[in-house]
Design a binder for this molecule. Sequence first.
Ligand SMILES: [Zn+2]
Length: 685
Amino acid sequence: MQAFRVLRRPPRASTLAMALCAALAFSSSHAQQGAPVAVQQGEQQSAAVLPGDDFYTFANGQWLAATEIPADRSGWSAAQALVDETNQRIVQLIDDASRQGQGDAKRVATYYGALMDEAGIEARGTAPLRPVLDKIAAIRDKAGLTQALGASLRADVDPLNATDFATENLFGVWIAQGFTDPDNYVPYLLQGGLGMPDRAFYLEENERMSRLRTAYQAHIAAMLKLAGFTEPEARAARVFELERKLAQAHGLREESSDVQKANNVWAGKDFAARAPGLDWKAFFQAAGLGKQKKFIVYHPQAIIGAAALVAEMPVQTWQDWLAFHTINQHTGALPKAFVDQRFDFYGRTLSGTPQLSPRWKRSLAALNAAMPEAVGKMYVDKYFPPAAKAKVQQMVANIVDAFHQRIDRLDWMAPATRHEAHAKLNVLYVGVGYPETWTTYGGLDVKPDDAFGNAWRAAQFHYKLELAKLGRKVDAKEWSMPPQLVNAVNMPMQNALNFPAAILQPPFFDPNGSDAVNYGAIGSVIGHEISHSFDNIGAEFDSKGRLRDWWTKADREHFAKAAQALVAQYSAYDAFPDLKLNGQLTLAENLADLAGLAAALDAYHASLGGKTSPETDRQFFLGYAQAWREKAREASLRNQVATDEHAPAQWRTYTVRNLDDWYKAFDVQAGQKLYLPPEARVRVW
Ligand SMILES: [Zn+2]
């Protein structure tokens, strides 16, 4: 689970998990428009509102009043400002590498340069697409179709670490240790095949979804027309109908989060009987998984449904579907008309973003997805000094200590459960800044005049790297986020955390800044990630990363009761007059916010040696709320409320109302809007 809300990007053939694409793919703005307000971190910003009525505005009022969302964005936040700054630095590094880079640095510069060569891409037109589309057109029967569907699979989802469930390919593949087999890698198969974010977009009966469906079908037709297909409207109608049928078999968003429902181990030979309609042997062969004996079928109903549709629907419909998604996933390397069309639907219509981000930012996002660690290595070498790493490692150690102490103080937890919780903390791997070993890209062929081919080969390269893990020993210290990403993650099966270098900057962390603000901002993020090891999902994995129930019934009951109170607290918030937050969907993240904030405050207090004061606590809480400042467009906020496991930033900051110290620091009184009587404050850890 990552710390930051994932901006809902449309599914695409990314070569990395969603978290990367989310934070970087949308990473673009005009510096002037989104110019950060000069804010003294840890100082109050609005005198017009009482902290007890609206702590978010109290802490961020000045920033909110002065900040406009850049035209090419669906939202703007402290994190996104950091993303922009990081991107500026990376482009400078690429510029240097284009002149004197060697090896992967040269490869990085060439990849980026090919995407920036707009004239070359225009001149080649649809020619780079032709060989791929010709292959699809040459499919004659279900055997050929099966081969093409299998060959199109990529390692493009990550349900646990990145909550990335979406792929436009028929299925998503994730290579990770088995749910109950921490020593061996297993391929996970996830539902896929949709061009809109979730089944709800196809099936929900309301005005907005209905309008989006019409727009999406028009988008399919427009893409096919641009690529030179005859009868694009008729083809689009058939593609849409196929996706609607796929969507009917898809699991609900909430079900995707339930790992117990996902732990379905199927032997390779069982697929034919369990999911008839697809020649699975041939399919897996084409996907490079022919020798694999065991799979985890994450979404069994969707896999069964899709296999049946391969048998049921005509080959021609599937060919059109394959052609459309091939084009749709590669527009970044195609002429402007394709880019504009894609933006018109996914940017403007689906997310409410008025303006396409500039070419360099889109190219950089694609580069970051294609060669994440090559770029990350360049970034870290220049921008992440050892002293910053050491300071964060010390904070991490202090916060881990705070968790140990909190666990000891829990009177409701059974001794055996408590013992395993300590064991989990003891073996927790906390990665700070960058991975222990770097992925290198020596086998990836990158050409200056072949942006499309580069993207195609990079996705294949990544898929092969992932497949190569099958049969190897599990590496619990493997990173799932690149260093240049502004985010953080808890990987429950690995029992590991990553804090990439790029998030370890102000306003989250300033090696020369105040401890109060550092603990409130990055400290609460660190605590958030640690606490995921013990939340409703983390509690399902033991210290070895095995899916195992290590809680007693009474522990669970207590936890569930406290969690229900938090569900109710969040479900009562209105994002809009007609739209409440979903406390159940956001429960794990809200629990992590609560536990993380409390542990960070403990660790901060311990670091002061007991010399706490309301003044320094005020700075701590303001540092926390200011790190979450964010503005989002209405369409984007509505998407987030519907599909994101993170509550929008404003409501995340209201976590403070569950901590007694916040009431003392700001003299919050009964009658104020955020006031909760002591017995109504949620205390889980
Ligand atoms: Zn989280």
